[in-house]
Design a protein around this ligand. Structure first.
Ligand SMILES: Nc1ncnc2c1ncn2[C@@H]1O[C@H](COP(=O)(O)OP(=O)(O)OP(=O)(O)O)[C@@H](O)[C@H]1O
Ligand SMILES: [Mg+2]
Length: 609
């Protein structure tokens, strides 16, 4: 792999400045910067970061900033005297790294920071914290009952995203099961209550991908956070970066061996450098801290998968030097304490000058001895001036207003944070809309079912209607047929009625002849009266024929011929015309009352009688 050299400064030999001193960062390295207070450690670390940001943007840089000084990387260095340090005049231009650095502060501590000194807040989800890290956070041994309870609790939540409060609720519920003693539960619960008070946990926390961004230095300013929080963050970052890089390396090598292409989209964590100030707090020589277990793995095994580390400490003797036996480079600033010098000798990756003690004690500010693995004797280096402004711990401690920052640089991170917030809001809205659409769709489904049912019924009705229409059409044609038949029958109807009239006339004629031939004049007169009054009383008839004998004879004759009948009602005799039966008998065709009436009218109408 091609070298990626960063330029730390110039070699100082016999009081003269010589060649530029470089460090190859093509692969992530593990390095340590030590030196006593104010000797230039943070300055040198900042130069290394500037160089990396300029020359190795492939990697991500995550800084745990205990003192809260790295934000100054954003501002260009205005200290002309410093920029014109002999040996560097005209070579280092003032330049801020506002677009390449991003300052995050722990969400719970945000009020303690001045606005403008940070770009965003940092929270993590409790599920980012592994069982092992929780153990070290809570100082628990794995075989303690509390640890076992913790394990069963975390198993219960598995991969789910949860809040600390939910863990606390779950613990409270555990009180009822009786599986663990009340004391164990209450103790673990109060530990989580304490962790909650740090204000670093949230249900929607940042992921490693939010923190490890290629070409960007993510500065986690923990200067206002409590010690356990910084230790938790260091441990967590070491563990997560290592795990992610290891998984990526495994996937890549599998893909290489198997010849298959593998999607690494969400696992693509860049090579990452973890930069830790006051490192003796996290990797101390005598005890284990919340951070030490993951840090030790990170140091010992992280290089191959691409985990870089830069530890900065003023007390090398207080560092776990056994772990640091295999570092790649060591930058030693002024040191005088014997134990610290001994620690340096122990961890230096290359031979050191024989007169080390006196050299170290004489190093000026910004001067250091660089020992790199695989090289010959360590070199004395005059570290180059910074492009960006430097804020020293002393400046903060004395609250000195020595540096003029100038205008606040534009930061893309504000925009980034704003957009991220928008994305979160939009995602929430999307979920809400999806939910609403879901309920709508079930409603729509219901309506669709209803509509389909109605459609089906409609179809059935349509079918019935068309059947009825067909039958109607059939009836219509029958009616039309009948009408035409009726029309055809019309002339026959006239013929029939004419025939009938003739028949009736002949009946009337025949009857009239019989009446004329067989009756005397008195009988004819009686009949003639009956023609006008088909029912008449004997008394009234008497008025027409005064001779009683004649009248009785006539009636006798008429009765014998059944032309009349006599009825007695209320002792009064009535004579009733009785031609109906006679006429019926004379006809070969059945006659209606109307026909009979016609015949009678005809007999009397002719006035023959
Ligand atoms: N290479 C350098 N060129 C110019 N000035 C430097 C250089 N290195 C350090 N200084 C100056 O020395 C002072 C202390 O430097 P720095 O803050 O890096 O010290 P430190 O070792 O980190 O101290 P502490 O242990 O207190 O954190 C600062 O004022 C800084 O400007
Ligand atoms: Mg410092």
């Amino acid at each position: 792999m091609a070298k990626v050299n960063i330029y730390l400064g110039r070699e100082k030999k016999n009081g003269e400045l010589g060649d530029w001193v470089t460090l190859d960062v093509s692969k992530p390295r593990v390095g340590v910067i030590v030196g006593k207070r104010g000797s230039g450690k943070t300055y040198s670390a900042s130069v290394l970061i500037e160089e990396c940001l300029d020359r190795n943007p492939r990697a991500a840089y995550v800084i745990i900033d205990i003192m809260g000084v790295y934000w100054s990387l954003k501002y260009p260095n205005k200290n002309v005297k410093e920029l014109n340090t002999p040996g560097f005049k005209g070579l280092i231009e003032p330049k801020g790294y506002a677009d390449k650095t991003r300052v995050l502060v722990v969400a719970g501590d945000v009020k303690k920071y001045q606005k403008g000194t940070y770009d965003g807040t940092l929270t993590i989800t409790p599920n980012m914290v592994s069982f092992d890290v929780w153990l070290s956070v809570f100082n628990l041994a794995p075989d303690e009952p509390q640890a076992m309870l913790l394990k069963s609790l975390l198993d219960k939540f598995e991969d789910k995203t949860y809040s600390i409060q939910e863990l606390i609720y779950a613990l409270t519920e555990e009180l009822e099961t009786g599986r663990y003693s009340k004391q164990t539960i209450v103790s673990l619960r109060s530990k989580f209550e304490y962790a909650k008070s740090w204000g670093i946990f949230s249900k929607t926390g940042m992921t490693l991908r939010d923190l490890a961004i290629p070409g960007v230095a993510t500065i986690i300013d923990v200067s206002e956070s409590s010690k356990p929080v910084s230790a938790l963050l260091v441990g967590l970052l070491a563990e997560k970066i290592y795990d992610a890089r290891k998984e990526l390396a495994r996937i890549k090598s599998w893909a290489k061996v198997s010849g298959r292409s593998v999607s690494i989209e969400d696992k693509n964590i860049p090579q990452t450098w973890l930069i830790i100030e006051e490192a003796h707090n996290f990797l101390p020589s005598r005890e284990r801290t919340k951070a030490s277990t993951p840090l030790i793995t990170y140091v010992k095994e992280g290089r191959h998968p691409g985990c870089g580390l830069l530890l900065v400490s003023q007390e090398p003797a207080a560092l776990d030097t056994k772990v640091l036996k295999q570092i790649d480079f060591l930058l030693v600033h002024n040191l005088s304490h014997k134990q610290d010098v001994e620690a340096v000798k122990f961890i230096a990756p290359s031979p050191l000058p024989r007169d080390l003690d006196s050299i170290l004690i004489k190093l000026g500010k910004g001067e250091a001895l660089l020992s790199v693995t695989g090289s010959e004797v360590a070199k004395k280096v005059k570290i180059r001036p910074k492009h960006s402004i430097h804020i020293a711990r002393a400046d903060i401690a004395e609250d000195k207003d020595v540096v003029e920052l100038g205008e606040q640089p534009f930061s893309i991170w504000n925009e980034y944070e704003r957009l991220k917030r928008e994305v979160v809001e939009l995602k929430a809205k999307l979920i809400e809309y999806q939910k609403r659409a879901g309920s709508k769709s079930s409603l729509i489904e219901k309506y669709m079912n209803e509509i389909n049912k109605l459609k089906h019924e409609l179809e059935k009705k349509d079918q019935v209607i068309s059947e009825l229409n067909q039958r109607l059409a059939e009836k219509d044609s029958i009616i039309r047929d009948l009408e035409s038949q009726i029309k055809a029958l019309q002339p026959k109807k006239y013929a029939v009625s004419r025939l009938k009239q003739r028949l009736l006339n002949s009946i009337a004629g025949a009857l009239r002849d019989t009446i004329i031939n067989e009756l005397n004049s008195d009988a004819k007169s009686v009949l003639s009266i009956l023609g006008e009054h088909p029912r008449i009383s004997l008394d009234d008839l008497q008025k027409s024929i005064p001779s009683k004998i004649k009248l009785l004879k006539a009636l006798e004759k008429l009765n014998a011929k059944r032309f009349i009948r006599i009825e007695t009602i209320n002792n009064k005799d009535y004579i009733i015309l009785n031609l109906d039966n006679l006429i019926r008998r004379l006809s070969v065709e059945p006659l209606s009352d109307e026909d009979i009436e016609y015949v009678i009218e005809r007999i009397f109408g002719l006035g023959i009688i």
